[in-house]
Ligand binder design. Structure first.
Ligand code: SF4
Ligand code: SF4
Length: 149
């Protein structure tokens, strides 16, 4: 019984392949938090100064643990990085986007994972990701520093 509780449901891995439909980048309000590493990556990818990136593309979000930085949204709730052909900085997109859908919030049980099917056509399709790969994403996200102040 205890074994069943602690065994992750994704022991055999999970299939996911993004088809770049952009559903998760558009039309719905939300946060794309960026970490200090994300900011470094964006600066080296774009050649822009970090301060310029923060001013042009980011907003402050106050939380009880400190100030986090999220990408801005357009008035229609599209992500500020989304243009008609998709994410303009896809190669340097924040880890929140790169690690999706292997987020702690969706990996608690199969029902949570399957709830993503209703809006993300990549769920349970394409490449199989092993338990180790999935947990590598969880670890990477856990190690990021999201607090700027
Ligand atoms: S909703 Fe899923 S398939 Fe569509 S862009 Fe986002 S991650 Fe990719
Ligand atoms: S940063 Fe790019 S991949 Fe992430 S939500 Fe914005 S447009 Fe989509």
């Amino acid at each position: 019984m205890i074994g069943n509780i602690i065994k992750p449901f994704y022991l055999e891995g999970l299939s996911f392949e993004c088809c770049r439909c952009s559903t998760c980048c558009r039309h719905t309000p939300g946060y794309v938090f960026i970490s200090l590493n994300d900011l470094e990556l964006l600066a080296s990818h774009t050649g822009m100064d970090k301060k310029e990136i923060l001013t042009k593309y980011c907003r402050e979000i106050y939380t009880i643990r400190g100030t986090k930085i999220s990408l801005k949204e357009k008035p229609n709730y599209d992500c500020i990085f989304w243009e008609k052909d998709g994410c303009i900085y896809y190669e340097a997109r924040p880890i929140q986007c790169r690690s999706y859908p292997f987020w702690k919030a969706y990996l608690g049980n199969r029902r949570k994972w399957e709830s993503l099917r209703s809006f993300c056509p990549g769920i349970d399709k394409g490449k199989k990701h092993s338990k180790e790969e999935i947990e590598e994403w969880l670890d990477k996200v856990r190690q990021e520093n999201y607090y700027f102040i």
